[in-house]
Structure formats: C-alpha cells, structure tokens
Design a protein around this ligand. Structure first.
Ligand SMILES: Cc1ncc(COP(=O)(O)O)c(C=O)c1O
Length: 379
C-alpha cells in the first residue's frame, strides 16, 4: 500500500533563509538585479542589443525581467524545447542559437515561428539549410535565419571568409529562408585570455575577422543586418566592436566559480548571486567536515570546485553524489554538525539544471520561488 509523504516541501515565501531546507539553490536578488542592470547599461552605452541567453536559468519570469532591463531585447534559447516553454510563458521574441535537424523538430520550429512576433534560428551548412527550406516551403512560411561562423571555438559554424560567403549565398537562394546575419560565438577567448588586455585583444581580433567577412558579404550584395556574439566573459569586450549588433550572455545574472577564476579582474565573490546553501551532516575528524551538497546538487562538469561564499578558512575538496568533503584543517571558527554553509557554484548553468526550484532571497528572506521550467527540455 503506497503512503504519501511530504518529501519535497517548498520553502515558504517570506521565510527566513535560515529555515530553507538544504541543500537548496539560492539566488540573491539584489546581486542578480545589479548584474542584469550592469549588462543592460553596457548595451545601452555601446548601442548594442542585449538579448539574454536563458539556457542558464530556464525560467520565463527571469527572462521577462531581463527583457524589461534590456528594453525588450528578446531572448536566446539553446533548445527548441526551451523556446517552446518560453513562448508558452509569454516571451514573443526568441532567437534559437542552435541547428535544428529532423522533420518532426522542424515542424515544431515552423509552427513556433508562426506563433511568435519574431523567431530566428541558426544554420551553418547545406545539411541543416536544405531540410529547413523544405519544411518551411511545405508550410508556406519564411523563416529568419542566422549563419553561424567559426571565429575560433571550432565547435559549430562555417569558416569565415569565402566559405561563409558561399553559405550566405546558398541561404539567399532558398525561397523560404531569410538571411539576417551572423552568429560569431567567441568563447574560445575564455580558454586563452588571462588578463583584461588579452580579453580585449582576442575579442577584437575575432571581431575584426568577422567584420572582414561582413564586408565580403555586403560587397557581394548580401546585407548583414545582425552580428550576434556571446557570452558572459567576452560580450563586454566584443560588444565594443563596431561590427557587433547584439550580445547574448547567459550566466551574467548569477556568475559562478568559473567566471571568478577566468576573470578575477572583472568578477568577485560579491557578484555571485547563485549559491547552494548546505548543512554540515558529519564532522568525523578535526580536519574534515561533510556537507549535504555533492555532485547531484552542485554540477561538477567543469574543473572548478565550489567556493564558500562567506568563509575563507574552509575548502571544498571533493564530492560524491550526496556528500561534499570540506577540509577544515585551517578553520579559525569551529565547524559543527548542523552548521549551514553557502557555496558559490562551479558552473551555474549545469547547477540550475539539477534543481526544480530557484529560491530568490532578499535581506535574508525568501522573496521568489521560481520553477526551473525548461529543465529537461533538451529536445
Ligand atoms: C551560442 C551561445 N551564445 C551565448 C552563450 C552564453 O554564454 P555564457 O553562458 O558564457 O554567458 C552560449 C553558452 O553556451 C552559447 O552557446
């Protein structure tokens, strides 16, 4: 006979953060709003559109908030499923920064494009251009497309120069596709730049090469209305370049240990809005404590480990699924079973994806409970 239990109680609104059951994903709302304002101000000052990537939080209310701050710049999604969730929740201007392949998905894409005020998708070769044209033509719809160019990440994207020109021509020849411009995602810069000067240099270099391709296309009579770039680390450098019309950062409302490590000159602990609140469940030895936040709570898909937000004297050293090992050998204050410890997350996108709820906190009280609505929408 099954019994019903009260396993997953959501925190109560206005409850003290100290009462939130752990482990839980917290977002400090003042910090998040300051980060959103910071990128929105940058966009205004540099006359670029801020179109936020919502793959990080997968929640429509935060997307609406970002849209308000950016003056209606629209959003970016990485999966069609995310885009469907956002559309269902009232977002009407979506760019899908991903190549969609396969007839059933293309049918969904075309259907969605018809419902929205503006929908744009991404292509980078004949294998994803031709099927999109076929489905669009079958449904008498014209789809706005962006051509992804490879500016150094060597993931998706056609090489700059002559190859990009050929592909832009191919798109122009399609009766039901409308060429809008380029996606030049410059995330490779993160792995080679160590200083602000290097970020500036590598982003400028990637955008100079992109601009040459824009000029090549325009000389051939192909207008390039949009040049979109990523991401939290690079977009404030690339966004200063005259070639760029739009920045697509994702992690910037929250930040994480990755951003802290990559750009200590731009980001500090106080900028990190997303944390995991955990509880010490065991203190087996003087130099070791164990918290209830392991790799099923804090994603470990990147090399970084969680960093305590408010304590310099303890270190998160290892994780199993439900356990986090802390080295307390240098701890000045005692660490006891029942203590609550807050960690900045190693990789915020993958961490939010592990949770059902984002707990928004202001002045120590729970002010928002956001569902991670597009969690699991990988199709
Ligand atoms: C194409 C594209 N644009 C923008 C972003 C956002 O970058 P970030 O999460 O570094 O802000 C991503 C993230 O993966 C991306 O793939």
């Amino acid at each position: 006979m099954p019994i019903s239990t009260m396993t997953e109680l959501k925190p109560s609104l206005y409850a003290s953060v100290d009462e939130v059951e752990t482990p839980a994903l917290l977002v400090d709302l003042d910090t998040m709003e300051a980060n959103i304002q910071d990128y929105a101000s940058f966009a205004t000052e540099n006359d670029v559109r801020l179109r936020s990537h919502i793959k990080t939080h997968k929640n429509a209310e935060i997307a609406h908030l970002q849209n308000e701050y950016s003056g209606g710049g629209g959003i970016v999604c990485q999966t069609l499923g995310e885009a469907e969730v956002m559309a269902k929740n009232g977002i009407h201007d979506i760019y899908l920064s991903y190549q969609v392949v396969g007839r059933p998905k293309l049918e969904r894409l075309v259907w969605l494009a018809q419902k929205l005020d503006r929908f744009t998708t991404t292509v980078d070769g004949p294998g994803n251009i031709a099927p999109l044209q076929t489905v669009a033509a079958d449904h008498y719809v014209t789809i706005d497309v962006i051509l992804e160019v490879d500016v150094g990440l060597h993931r998706t994207g056609v090489p700059l120069g002559e190859s990009a020109l050929q592909m832009a021509r191919l798109i122009q020849e399609q009766s039901h596709l409308n060429f809008c411009g380029l996606l030049a995602y410059e995330a490779h810069v993160k792995s080679k730049a160590e200083t602000r000067t290097e970020y500036e240099r590598y982003c400028t270099e990637a955008m100079d090469r992109t601009q040459e391709t824009v000029e090549l296309l325009e000389a051939e009579g192909i207008p390039v209305e949009e040049v979109k770039v990523g991401g939290t680390a690079t977009s404030k450098y690339s966004g200063e370049h005259p070639a760029v019309t739009e920045i697509n950062p994702g992690m910037y409302p929250f930040m994480d240990v990755g951003e802290l490590e990559h750009r200590p000159f731009d980001v500090d602990k106080d900028d990190c809005a997303a944390t995991i609140i955990s509880t010490v469940i065991s203190k087996p030895t003087a130099d070791r404590a164990v918290v209830d936040a392991g790799s099923k709570t804090l994603s470990m898909d990147k090399p970084q480990l969680p960093v305590p937000k408010y304590r310099e004297d303890i270190t998160y050293v290892n994780a199993s699924e439900e356990h986090g090992w802390l080295d307390t050998s240098d701890s000045e204050k005692s660490v006891d079973v029942g203590d609550r410890i807050e960690f900045i997350v190693p990789h915020v996108c993958a961490t939010i994806n592990l949770h059902d709820t984002i707990v928004g906190v202001r002045d120590g009280r729970v002010e928002e409970l956001w569902d991670v609505q597009a969690r699991g929408k990988v199709k």
